[in-house]
Design a protein around this ligand. Structure first.
Ligand SMILES: Nc1ncnc2c1ncn2[C@@H]1O[C@H](COP(=O)(O)OP(=O)(O)OP(=O)(O)O)[C@@H](O)[C@H]1O
Ligand SMILES: [Mg+2]
Length: 452
């Protein structure tokens, strides 16, 4: 009943017009991101600052040999540091943790989830959670126990007056003024494919590849290390100018910094290199043919200049040829298993085709034409063109494929937020909020009913 209601809410002619009219430019995004009568939290970039890797610094209380507390922390208490400054500042013993589960699309570290929500609402939005309804974007396949616990957190701890949970794919479709589309979301933790029909995500079509920005960072890091590149994050050294243009790099010892902090900082550096240098080749990448192509230099923070060659193409190529994994030295392909049979993910065009095949025959034509590429990783040059080309080559003969993406990179990175802002400001949506009163009467079940 409520799925039908959502469909009705989003498919009326008025809403269509509103969706088109609200095609949002960056100025709109900047102006309204923080000020609204309700708040939209994107679970992927919770603190609304464009965090790719929603992470939290945690100092775990430890006891000394006599069982005494250290630093005023009790044994069960963890001190959280949230926000760009919190997690990027070098602190002794601080572990960097992620709220996400590593085994599914749910949350695992609830202290971190709570810390991020609290930080997003109080510090970034400068408001009291009691004053605003909250719409929260969620991964398409968020498991029910995670949704339940999040709902409890929002209503019981943060005392939010009303909530709504919306799937990333649905919101990304709205952001491009569509209610029927195949959403290919290339993000940090994964690349996902999902069909959305009449504003409703079709669960049976959900597919996930482990190749998101995080996996590509790992591949890039190993590829660089194999070539002897030493990746020194900024906190590990000081640079002193001896004479104009001549610098001396001095190591800053940090014996009490945790391995997770170091890994977080190294990854940030690698991610920057990858974003600056990698692009998707327009035809199947071939290691031998591309061996000497496209070398580019990159200056590391310590002033060292590195030269990167075919890895620029090879790293993002795994999205199209997962079997290339086995050619990366120091990489264990098992780390990237995503399918129940243990094999690595299918190539991206195959995932899209599979999702379309799982849709009803009569909507398939709309889906061929309605492939939408979104997510931060979609900023990798050449991705759209290659996906469209391979779909056309591999799809059924006569099928005309069209892969669209917002021209503005900011719109692509924050498409879930944009879609949420459109949905939540529609007059017809207001009846969809799950109020505190409804929650008190029915419990979490009401959320699964109103926001399936
Ligand atoms: N210009 C760029 N070129 C290539 N990749 C980029 C660029 N800008 C951002 N990215 C990558 O996009 C990824 C983040 O994308 P996004 O914000 O969509 O992820 P997310 O929603 O946090 O992750 P997920 O949806 O997987 O949980 C990062 O890995 C980042 O490196
Ligand atoms: Mg995302």
């Amino acid at each position: 009943m409520d799925t039908a209601l959502l469909t009705a809410v989003t498919s009326s002619a008025r809403v269509q017009a509103a969706l088109l009219q609200r095609r949002i430019d960056t100025a709109y995004l900047r102006d309204t991101r923080d000020v609204f009568e309700w708040h939209m939290l994107d679970a992927d970039c919770l603190p609304l600052g464009g965090w790719d890797r929603a992470s939290v610094g945690v100092v775990q209380a430890t006891h000394d040999a006599n069982g005494m507390e250290i630093d005023g922390l009790t044994a069960s208490k963890r001190k959280l540091y949230v926000g760009q400054l919190g997690v990027n500042y070098k602190r002794d013993h601080m572990e960097v943790v992620s709220p996400w589960s590593t085994s599914d699309d749910g949350y695992a570290d609830w202290d971190a989830v709570e810390g991020l929500c609290d930080h997003a609402i109080r510090e970034r939005l400068r408001s009291d959670p009691k004053d605003f309804a909250i719409m929260m974007a969620e991964a398409n396949a968020t498991p029910k126990p995670s949704r339940d616990r999040l709902v409890e957190l929002l209503f019981e701890k943060l005392r939010v007056p009303a909530i709504f949970l919306a799937k990333n794919a649905v919101l990304s479709a709205f952001a491009t003024a569509r209610q029927t589309a195949i959403i290919v979301d290339a993000g940090y933790r994964s690349t996902t494919v999902a069909a959305v029909h009449d504003g409703y995500a079709l669960t049976k079509t959900f597919a996930k590849s482990p190749f998101g920005g995080q996996a590509l960072n790992t591949l890039m890091q190993k590829a660089l290390e194999v070539k002897g590149v030493v990746l020194r994050p900024r906190y590990t050294f000081k640079r002193r100018e001896l004479s104009p243009g001549e610098w001396k790099v001095e190591e800053v010892p940090s014996p009490l910094v945790t391995p997770s902090f170091k890994a977080y900082q190294v990854e940030a550096l690698v991610s920057d290199i990858r974003e600056a240098l990698c692009k998707v080749n327009d035809v199947m990448f071939d290691e031998v043919a591309n061996a000497n192509l496209l070398t580019t230099s990159y200056e590391l923070p310590d002033g060292t200049e590195i030269i990167v060659g075919s890895d620029r193409l090879k790293v993002p190529e795994v999205l199209f040829q997962p079997r290339l994994l086995s050619t990366f030295t120091l990489i264990n392909p098992d780390t990237f298993t995503a399918r129940p049979d243990g094999s690595v993910a299918a190539p991206l065009p195959e995932m899209v085709m599979e999702a379309i095949t799982k849709c009803d025959v009569d909507v398939r034509k709309d889906m061929y034409q309605g492939v939408v590429l979104t997510g931060g990783l979609s900023l990798t040059g050449g991705l759209r063109d290659r996906l469209e080309k391979e779909l056309t080559e591999q799809g059924p003969s006569g099928a005309r494929f069209k892969v669209t993406m917002a021209a503005n990179p900011t719109e692509r990175r924050f498409s879930t937020w944009l879609g949420g802002s459109i949905l939540a400001s529609l007059g017809s949506f207001q009846q969809m909020w799950v109020s505190r009163k409804e929650y008190d009467e029915h419990g979490t079940v009401i959320v699964h009913r109103k926001a399936p």
